[in-house]
Design a protein around this ligand. Structure first.
Ligand SMILES: Nc1ncnc2c1ncn2[C@@H]1O[C@H](COP(=O)(O)OP(=O)(O)O)[C@@H](O)[C@H]1O
Ligand SMILES: [Mg+2]
Length: 411
């Protein structure tokens, strides 16, 4: 095997494989000015050279001692599939040449070869090889571009999700914060003029501090729930006693600014039942729905929250979607009794069809910016879906609206 000449980057590399000195040397002379020429006297050496050099074109004698031309061709194509191989045939039948073509040879020429034909064949093969490489390169570029685009899309989706979650956390924490600031204000007022605090006043302050504390706990609990949601921790099934949630709801709403001037009643269950939902989520759902009911009009009106046990499946599939009613999470609802239906009814203005269609879209609100974020109902939908619950909405313009939360309970 001749020592390979120093590679010239501007030239294509041509490997000539022939066990006869004559044709090997004459080919070298023909091509040495235009190509970096490598020589091999047998198949094994040729394979070695393809492994260690950037070979573009091979001229390969079909009839050689040792590894045959076709065997060598197969090996070369395995190592470097894009290399163009021209077979040199002498006494072989046309059948052997065809076999070579089947194994990926790009052309075959008869010995003794004519220089012009040989030049044209090698030039054509070199050009084909360049085109193949370029195609592969642009294909790789395209794939990289696609991957970059895909990664970008994923990043964007994650950012959008995170943004929504931040907005939801703020929405949920805003409730307890409003109450906390109310208590702080009241505490400040009752302490402002007192030199010392005792008796009934002291008891009141202790009570307020307790309520303050439970609101702070709620904030912590809300952020913990969101954190586990962001971290993708699958939530284990949670349960809560319904009457406890009802009394928390009453406690929170009687002090809520939106309740002022309206008549609110909350009625629990006797006997109590256990709902299969996390307590914080349950309270959040009821708060969002009840506050919406209280805010349905500034005119004094009634808002009633009542709980009902259901021992039969709820006929949710019979409820048509119309201008006056809708069902949310119909498909994911676990409709297996014993069930719980909590109705939140208001004697407000009712909901126009256009709003009824859009109200569960994120950021849809008909309220001025200082009152509405449009997040409340999308949070209700998500939390209910996670708990396998559903929501039925019924409304009549000029009469009011009823939202029924459907949940599974523990038998
Ligand atoms: N009980 C209701 N009566 C009338 N309209 C309602 C009622 N509940 C919800 N809506 C309508 O649905 C919209 C979306 O509600 P929501 O997602 O809680 O966002 P927000 O309360 O911040 O506007 C409200 O702006 C309102 O138009
Ligand atoms: Mg709302």
């Amino acid at each position: 095997m001749a020592a390979p000449p120093a590679p010239d980057a501007s030239k294509a590399t041509l490997l000539i494989v022939d066990d006869e000195e004559g044709p090997r040397q004459s080919l070298r002379i023909v091509f040495k000015n235009d190509y970096t020429v490598l020589l091999a006297t047998n198949g094994m050496d040729a394979i070695e050279l393809v492994k260690t050099n950037p070979v573009n074109v091979v001229v390969l004698d079909i009839m050689m001692l040792g590894l045959s031309g076709v065997e060598t061709l197969k090996e070369i194509k395995l190592i470097a599939p894009s290399v163009e191989v021209i077979m040199l045939t002498a006494f072989e039948t046309i059948e052997t040449a065809r076999q070579a073509l089947r194994h990926g040879a790009s052309d075959y020429l008869n010995k003794p070869f004519d220089i012009t034909t040989m030049r044209a064949a090698v030039a054509h093969a070199a050009q084909k090889h360049r085109a193949t490489l370029e195609f592969k390169r642009s294909n790789d570029d395209l794939q990289m571009l696609q991957e970059a685009l895909e990664a970008h899309r994923e990043r964007e989706a994650r950012a959008r999700n995170t943004g929504e979650i931040y907005a939801s956390v703020l929405h949920d924490i805003n409730g307890p914060l409003t109450i906390i600031s109310g208590f702080v204000e009241r505490l400040n007022r009752s302490m402002a003029n007192a030199a010392s605090v005792e008796g009934e006043q002291l008891e009141n302050i202790k009570g307020d501090l307790n309520r303050l504390n439970s609101q702070v706990t709620r904030c912590v609990e809300i952020s913990r729930r969101y954190l586990s949601f962001i971290n993708g921790q699958s939530s284990v099934r949670s349960y809560v006693a319904v009457n406890q949630v009802m009394s928390d709801l009453t406690e929170l709403l009687t002090r809520h600014p939106s309740a002022r001037g309206h008549q609110l009643t909350v009625r629990g269950l006797d006997p109590d039942v256990t709902a299969s939902i996390h307590g914080t989520d349950f309270l959040q759902i009821l708060l969002n729905l009840t506050i919406n009911a209280l805010q349905s009009t500034a005119e004094p009106h009634l808002v009633k929250v009542t709980c009902h046990r259901r021992t039969e499946p709820i006929a949710i599939e019979k409820i048509d979607e119309t201008d006056e009613q809708r069902v949310i999470n119909r498909e994911t609802f676990s409709n297996q009794p014993p069930l719980l239906a909590i109705e939140i009814e208001d004697s407000g203005p009712g909901i126009p069809p256009e709003t009824l269609r859009k109200m569960f879209e994120e950021r849809f609100t008909t309220k001025p910016p200082e009152h509405g974020t449009g997040l409340g109902l999308s949070i209700v939908k998500r939390l209910l879906r996670e708990a396998g619950g559903a929501l039925i909405m019924q409304t009549k313009l000029g009469v009011g609206s009823k939202f029924t939360v459907c949940l599974q309970t523990v038998p």
